[in-house]
Design a protein around this ligand. Structure first.
Ligand code: ADP
Length: 320
């Protein structure tokens, strides 16, 4: 590709800026013209995009959110919308687009590639819910934020001999819950991938721990399990331990990206531009182990997500 564009789409995630910066600077270093598209696919529909320089992406690597803004675009999600976006690209001579977002955004990237514009997807979401990759940009920052917030909750839980039930994000994916549950020593962690038995997996565990002298408890609930208030009331009723619910919510989406998010985002951004330089499109950049790789978008979208059940079992053994 001679001229490329970059956009962020769907939910925002810390580290997206590092990916945008990497795409812009890699593209310029390869001698390409690079456009920044505002508000996801909407910017391609409205012609809201501008040419970027090395300095356009200065001072953004350390910020959460996305300097290009993001949006959900119902209009783009129609055959006419895709044609309109492709026409904007053709008119400006843009022959490659890097799309930073989740599965929905990748479906758009696949469609836009079908309309003649080579697209590369980069996984950006705090949820780590994209099957083809071990890691998504924003995940590490969200994990660390959730852990820190729960540590704070724990101080007050400890002082009052209470049980705190904390809901973390992740949509249908239990990865944030599993990992923060381990990191904060939760007595129970509920994830959508594994069915739980209220008596055995929560009440009995709490009572057994109480018998060994434990007086305060953290239960982590994944967003995909939900019903956090109900679960909290039931714990109080069945254990007699005063219980409080906290839904962490959007604090998990913001904040300065961690080192890991910045570095992975930078590597993925560079990889995406390398593909476009070779005129390769319809690929998603992914992380397997510590390697940056890429997959065909359709194949990537059809991969089943695998939950680390072994780690879940280990977590239950340790938190007692
Ligand atoms: P995410 O990328 O985080 O999964 P969404 O699912 O909201 O977020 O998708 C972001 C945007 O991608 C949508 O607003 C739409 O414009 C586009 N998109 C989503 N699904 C499709 C689809 N099936 N076909 C084409 N474009 C889609």
């Amino acid at each position: 590709a001679k001229s490329i564009a970059v956009l962020t789409s769907g939910g925002d995630a810390p580290g997206m800026n590092a990916a945008v910066r990497a795409v812009v600077r890699s593209g310029l270093s390869f001698g390409m013209k690079v456009y920044g598209v505002m508000r996801g696919y909407n910017g391609l529909l409205n012609g809201d995009l501008h040419e970027m320089s090395m300095r356009s992406v200065s001072d953004i690597i350390q910020h959460g959110g996305t300097a290009l803004f993001t949006a959900r675009s119902p209009e783009f999600n129609t055959p006419e919308g895709v044609q309109k976006a492709a026409a904007t690209c053709r008119n400006l001579g843009i022959d490659g687009v890097v799309v930073i977002g989740g599965d929905g955004s990748f479906r758009g990237a696949r469609d836009l590639t079908g309309a003649g514009v080579l697209c590369i997807g980069i996984p950006g979401t705090i949820d780590n819910d994209i099957a083809c990759t071990d890691y998504t940009i924003g995940y590490d920052t969200a994990l660390n934020t959730a852990m820190e917030m729960i540590d704070r909750i724990r101080d007050t839980t400890e002082s009052h001999d209470r049980c705190s039930v904390v809901e973390v994000m992740g949509r249908r994916c239990g990865d944030i819950a599993l990992h923060t549950g381990i990191a904060v020593g939760a007595i129970a962690t509920l994830v959508p991938e594994i069915p739980y038995d209220f008596q055995k997996d929560i009440v009995d565990r709490m009572k057994a721990a109480q018998a060994t002298g434990k007086k305060h408890f953290i239960v982590v609930v994944a967003e995909g399990v939900g019903k956090t208030q109900e679960i909290t009331e039931r714990i109080q009723k069945e254990t007699g331990i005063e219980s409080r619910a906290t839904i962490l919510g959007h604090v998990q989406r913001g904040g300065s990206p961690t080192l890991r998010d910045r570095v992975v985002a930078s590597r993925m951004g560079y990889h995406a531009v390398e593909l476009l330089q070779k005129s390769v499109g319809n690929r998603v950049v992914a992380m397997k182990g510590e390697q940056i790789v890429d997959f065909d978008i359709t194949e990537a979208l059809n991969m089943p997500r695998v939950f680390d059940e072994n780690l879940y079992r280990i977590s239950a053994k340790l938190s007692i």
